[in-house]
Design a binder for this molecule. Sequence first.
Ligand SMILES: [Zn+2]
Length: 406
Amino acid sequence: MKLKNIRLFVIFFFLMAILIATQMVAFGASQYTITVSCGPGGKISPAGPTVRVNSGNNQNFTISPNGGYAIADVSVDGSSLGPVTSYRFRNVRANHTISATFTPLAAYAVTASAGVGGTITPSGAITVNAGGSQAFSIVSGSGYQIADVLVDGSSAGAVASYTFSNVTANHSIAASFSAVAPGGQRALVSVTMDDSWLSQYTEALPIMTRYNIKGTFFTVTRYVSDQYEGFMTLEQLRWLKAAGHEIGSHTVTHPDLTTLGSTKLNAELANSKAWLVNNGLGPIYNFACPYGEYNNTTITAIKKYYASQRSGYDEGYNEAASLDPYKIKVQIVLRTTTLAEFSGWLAQAKASKTWLVLEYHQVDNSGDEYSLTPASFEKQAQAIQASGIPAVTVKQALDELASAGN
Ligand SMILES: [Zn+2]
């Protein structure tokens, strides 16, 4: 090898050595790792899980909680810093760790409820974080107006909305409504559903919701409490009530009341009401008698517990001027009821400005005499909507009829 080549070779190796050493300095021993960990409820930025920092550089981190959370603690290399929102590693010359944990903020309940004739949204027990706010809107149903809104028991007037701000305690809001029209000035229709059949919930309810029909569900409490197959559950009844429908009583065991002695008669009336109230479905105002059977003895007993009785077979239309609330007249809807017949009832009620009460049982494809197919029920719901007659609960209709002549 010539001397010149050897010299070039040495120079080449020397340059390579410098290059490798430079690379080691740049990418190897002089870069450090910061390991980032973050509990649920917030975030650290940059998020990691590892962040590489060149030797001697600084690295900032910011810590931010999600809504409803606060920073519980930030720790660096295992030492707690408390709930800081940022941290800067200065002149990094070693590996480090940073971790943050978060905690849910204190929360309070705002309990919202609406009386017959309208809704409040949202409703029920609403959770609000400490310092947060919660708005409610109040809407009256057809034929009703907002009467008053009580906030923590004090009147806020007939307002259509209310907002709790900077919440630091539990609160309540309760809306009440009053009938707009005095009874007898217009027709009303009530969809009443007997016996707590499951199909009333699974088939009829979605249709009623679509056509803005608020109904009254006369419940046989034993069927629900003992979870009879084919009947509604307590939870389903609660959903009905929450959706603005009325729960009424139809006794505990569905007996012919006219065959009972006084003790059993009173037990059927009192215990069904008590069960409904005790399970959050009250207040319970109205009653329907099983098999439509009643006499003076049963009516006297019913008056002790209920504001009204819907009969089973007294066909007709209810007039404000002559109404006997313990003999509410009905039209029974059967499998054989034609749409023409049904529309005729609506037309009759509209012409006479009376209250039409419809009595239903199953809404399914069983073909039972008392069962309607969901398709037939939907056509009837369409007819109700097309008639323009407000479809209200028994309670709403009675309130309006009671105001006749006022
Ligand atoms: Zn029945």
